[in-house]
Design a protein around this ligand. Structure first.
Ligand SMILES: *[C@@H]1O[C@H](CO)[C@@H](O)[C@H](O)[C@H]1NC(C)=O
Ligand SMILES: *[C@@H]1O[C@H](CO)[C@@H](O)[C@H](O)[C@H]1NC(C)=O
Ligand SMILES: *[C@@H]1O[C@H](CO)[C@@H](O)[C@H](O)[C@H]1NC(C)=O
Ligand SMILES: *[C@@H]1O[C@H](CO)[C@@H](O)[C@H](O)[C@H]1NC(C)=O
Ligand SMILES: *[C@@H]1O[C@H](CO)[C@@H](O)[C@H](O)[C@H]1NC(C)=O
Ligand SMILES: *[C@@H]1O[C@H](CO)[C@@H](O)[C@H](O)[C@H]1NC(C)=O
Ligand SMILES: *[C@@H]1O[C@H](CO)[C@@H](O)[C@H](O)[C@H]1NC(C)=O
Ligand SMILES: CC(=O)N[C@H]1CO[C@H](CO)[C@@H](O)[C@@H]1O
Length: 868
């Protein structure tokens, strides 16, 4: 009775307590879990003590557990389930960026804790009463749906029932997948080098145990993160979702939205908002495995210049290395002095250079980096003696692996990168093979060691995905040194690439003193706070051209906005039409890089003839023209977590037609891209949400709204549409005449060109846009106030129109930047009079849209343009 009065006393606070009677029948569920032995209510926390009712299937059950339901702020609830008696591996301290609110708040949610046996809890959205998460094993009719909580050393299980079956779920990466998850499928989360398989839905390089659930009837979305680094399966069935996790703790975060965008803003407030990328990293990148010599690499750059194709960054794959050893170059093929001079010559043209670095350090005799690693002590250790480096096999043969949890491993890494920077002044680093990928699968001797008695991490009782965990990676029994002491690789495998990314970012910032540009294959939740990603080894197929769209959209939802797929396709051979289509789509990826495998036929934009080259140049120009808009979107990614590219349902969340659309996407909230993804197709079937749309290029008003349309798209055309209500800042490069001195077009030049504002009028005759400017490379420009944020607004009474700017912040000297022209889509006739800052002008015309040109309006000052 004591407990009941306690419940009543807290009833009036944020949480609501539910004490239901449950139809517990003996066999349902098979594992009822825990009962509640104590309960405490604090202002922003509920603490529930649990004791084991029924052991789970694999033994080593935790007898006493404790649940902390923490009301972090109005939109975020955190539920942690811990062992009451023993410390277990958990990652929250490493990754949690969120400072809980100290202010009182009115939650968007309430929680219900089922206090009678067995324990369960529910999370309810207050505004509409919908139950977002409910771990009760039985449904309202008493049918048994799943087990209660199972919490044992090497196996944890928790399920939730859906309020209505087959919800719209998104997330649970990384994998090659359609955007909307299947409603009857087991998703494995475990980092793996799945390079050549490209099998849809299986686990690949990164781990993002986060999903969004969208109720398209109300348009309300919520998100759930299970912050846990162990291998896991997430079983989705029509009525339920079950986590099956191999260790750690349950650390769940609930994000209340209610819009999809708000869910991502809240999610990134926990795992970290994306870093601000360098401006140049948004330019055009060319790479391939197979630029075998420095001369090959230089020839590609020369060809780009010869054909007048913008090139921002040239990359080398593992070809440059001496026997594939990190931090070396082949003395014949890439002589160090010529190599360094070549990179200097790129810099003289404002071009950039990146190359690959793998974590595996060759154990070849006399290799300095290996000796440095061993003497640092910062390597992953073998379980056999707990001291020797664990040895795997990667490109250079036998390798040891730095332990990036170990501060000595981090220092080792920084020193090696510094040494290499002294040879080649690279601008960014491409980190690959960091799942960890190992050609040997556990050990290199094909010994199949018998499972050790008791718990053997190489043979855990439950194996997510059903494939031995050491497949293509190192032993799970390997040992890493963390701030919490020695931890089995078993627990932190999914964090290897993340820890390497964090260490690499720190090193580059120390070495270069500027923003780092790091493209990594492996990621974990929150990776985008530190570094960026490409989607890995795809194939030169139309299928993978399509998969790149859900790929970039999901990574943007995961808070990793600077992302792209290998343009042209990596494995297999590309061809002219496929490359043309991929150049068109790929130049809308936030990160645009053409990359190819060793044996593939060349696929640089100039190799398939003039038509494909022209299409490629137009595509790159489109990206460069939109750079001010991209960069502004990145600013809002960095400060608010907003995805740069978004699924249509983000903006039209109660339009049922949008929930599964993943062949089109939005850039920001107003530019819709509908690429051709089918061989030989010259039309696209595209959905137009209920709104006003203009053709982005011609300004033509579209007649489609809330319906599909068949759009003409011959090879040189990618359909792009602009939603009404926007003011898009652009810097067109189309008409830019290359200077005679042979200096190639780069983002350095592009960002000095005159601006063109593209205005799209909506029915209310209103439009709005923003422009973020800074020097594009210094650290923390926003945080330190060295930026300008300009707002553009168009208002009208439908007779007179006023377009004006407000300078929100003016910490960046933009006096060298001018607005040269303005296009107004949706204007219906030629104005009789246009006045710029009080002066009448005559340089305007009407042809489908209003074009005002020959302007020279400094961006560093506010302006007003009126017409009627
Ligand atoms: C919880 O379960 C244990 C073990 O069955 C039992 O001893 C205890 O009385 C139960 N407590 C409550 C509050 O039901
Ligand atoms: C779910 O998938 C399983 C295994 O593929 C299958 O046996 C089952 O019938 C499916 N259930 C539904 C409701 O589709
Ligand atoms: C440069 O372009 C020419 C013409 O397409 C081609 O023959 C040559 O192989 C190219 N070189 C490189 C390194 O791409
Ligand atoms: C590298 O590791 C392999 C496998 O453990 C071993 O056989 C070899 O002797 C090592 N090489 C050196 C130079 O230590
Ligand atoms: C792999 O695991 C076994 C069993 O724990 C251990 O003896 C062995 O040394 C480990 N390392 C390698 C590289 O095989
Ligand atoms: C490619 O573009 C150039 C320059 O605009 C033009 O002269 C040429 O005719 C175009 N070639 C093709 C095949 O479209
Ligand atoms: C649009 O076309 C797609 C693909 O053909 C189809 O699945 C969808 O139902 C259509 N949507 C509408 C609103 O007609
Ligand atoms: C296995 C693999 O990495 N597949 C990738 C290749 O194709 C698409 C994009 O083109 C990626 O999203 C896949 O993950």
């Amino acid at each position: 009775m004591m407990k009941y009065s306690l419940f009543l006393s807290v009833f009036l606070l944020v949480g609501v307590i539910f004490i239901g009677s449950l139809n517990v029948n003996a066999s349902c569920p098979a594992f009822p879990g825990y009962n509640v032995t104590n309960y405490q209510r604090y202002p922003n926390d509920i603490v529930v003590e649990l004791s084991l009712l029924s052991p789970g299937p694999y033994g080593n059950d935790i007898q006493n557990a404790v649940v902390h339901l923490s009301f972090v702020n109005a939109e975020v609830l955190r539920v942690r389930i811990l062992d009451a008696d023993n410390q277990r591996w958990e990652i929250s301290d490493i990754i949690n960026k969120l400072v809980p609110s100290n202010e009182p708040f009115n939650s968007l949610y309430e929680t219900k804790v089922h206090a009678a046996d067995p324990f369960s809890f529910a999370v309810i959205r207050i505004s509409d009463g919908s139950v977002l998460f409910n771990t009760s094993p039985t449904d309202e009719n008493g049918n048994c749906l799943f087990n209660g909580l199972i919490f044992s050393d090497y196996y944890i299980e928790l399920s939730t029932q859906f309020e209505s079956p087959n919800p719209n779920l998104y997330g649970l990466g990384e994998r090659t997948t359609q955007l909307r998850l299947l409603n009857n499928y087991t998703y494995t989360i475990f980092n793996k080098d799945e390079g050549t398989a490209s099998t849809p839905n299986i686990n690949t390089y990164g781990s993002h145990p986060f999903y969004m659930n969208l109720d398209s009837k109300t348009g309300n979305a919520h998100g759930v993160l299970l912050l846990n680094s162990n291998a896991m399966d997430i079983v989705i069935q029509p009525q339920s979702l079950t986590y099956k996790v191999t260790g750690g703790i349950l650390d769940l975060f609930f994000f209340m939205g209610p819009s999809p965008l708000q869910v991502i803003q809240q999610y990134t407030s926990v795992v970290g908002k994306p870093h601000m990328p360098s401006y140049w990293s948004l330019g055009w990148h060319q790479c391939r495995w197979g630029y075998r010599t420095l001369q090959d690499t230089m020839d590609v750059v020369s060809n780009y210049t010869y054909y007048n194709i913008p090139l921002e960054t040239i990359w080398n794959d593992i070809d440059y290395m001496d026997d594939y050893k990190d931090f070396t170059s082949d003395p014949e093929r890439f002589p160090p002095d010529q190599y360094g001079a070549f990179v200097d010559s790129l810099h003289a043209n404002n071009q950039h250079y990146m190359m690959i670095v793998d974590p595996g350090i060759s154990n070849a005799t006399g290799y300095q980096s290996y000796e440095d690693l061993i003497s640092s002590g910062g390597y992953i250790r073998d379980a056999a003696d707990g001291v020797s480096p664990v040895i795997g096999m990667v490109w250079p043969g036998f390798t040891a692996f730095p332990d990036f949890f170990n501060p000595d491993g981090v220092s080792f890494w920084q020193q090696q990168l510094q040494n290499w920077y002294n040879v080649v002044k690279f601008d960014g680093i491409w980190i690959d093979m960091n799942e960890i990928s190992n050609f040997c699968s556990g050990n290199c001797w094909n010994i199949d060691p018998a499972p050790q008695p008791g718990f053997d991490p190489n043979f855990p009782p439950y194996i997510p995905g059903g494939i031995q965990l050491s497949d293509r990676t190192i032993n799970m029994s390997s040992i890493q040194s963390t701030a919490y002491g020695d931890v089995l690789h078993y627990n932190i495998h999914n964090l290897y690439g993340y820890s390497e990314g964090v260490a690499t970012r720190r090193a580059l910032e120390n070495i270069q003193g500027t923003r780092s540009t790091i493209i990594s294959r492996s990621t974990f939740a929150g990776a985008g706070y530190h570094y960026s990603h490409w989607l890995g080894d795809n194939k030169s197929t139309y299928q993978d051209l399509y998969y790149s769209i859900p790929g970039i959209l999901l990574m943007n939802m995961f808070g990793v906005p600077l992302v792209g797929a290998d343009i042209g396709g990596f494995n297999g051979n590309s061809n002219g039409p496929l490359l043309a289509r991929w150049m068109q789509l790929g130049n809308f990826y936030p990160f645009s890089r053409n990359h190819n495998t060793y044996n593939g036929v060349p696929q640089e934009p100039y190799v398939f003839g003039e038509q494909v080259m022209n299409i490629s140049i137009a595509a790159i120009n489109m990206k460069y023209t939109l750079l001010p808009y991209y960069y502004t979107l990145f600013h809002f990614a960095h400060t608010q977590g907003n995805p740069v590219v978004r699924p249509l349902f983000f903006e039209y969340s109660n339009d049922e037609n949008t929930v599964a659309i993943d062949q089109q996407f939005l850039l920001g909230s107003h530019i819709m891209v509908s690429p051709v993804l089918v061989e030989d197709a010259v039309t696209v079937n595209a959905y137009f949400p209920d709104d006003t749309w203009y053709d982005f290029f011609s300004g033509e008003l579209m007649t489609y709204s809330g319906q599909n349309a068949t759009l003409d798209a011959p090879l040189e055309v990618i359909p792009v549409h602009l939603r009404a209500g926007a003011i898009i800042p652009t810097q067109p490069t189309y008409n830019y005449e290359k200077p005679a001195n042979g200096v190639p077009i780069t983002t350095t030049i592009a960002r000095t060109l005159p601006f063109e504002l593209i205005v799209s009028l909506d029915q209310g005759i209103y439009a709005y846009g923003q422009l973020y400017l800074d020097d594009g490379i210094s650290l923390d420009t926003y945080e330190n106030g060295f930026y300008s944020l300009i707002e553009f607004e168009l208002t009208s009474d439908s007779v007179t129109f006023k377009l004006s700017s407000t300078i929100d912040t003016n910490g960046y000297d933009a006096s060298h930047l001018n607005i040269g022209s303005i296009k107004v889509y949706g204007a219906t006739s030629l104005p009789s009079n246009v006045v710029v800052n009080g002066q009448s002008i005559t340089t305007y015309q009407f042809n489908n849209y209003l074009l005002i040109e020959n302007l020279e309006i400094p961006l560093s000052e506010t302006f007003e343009i009126d017409w009627s």
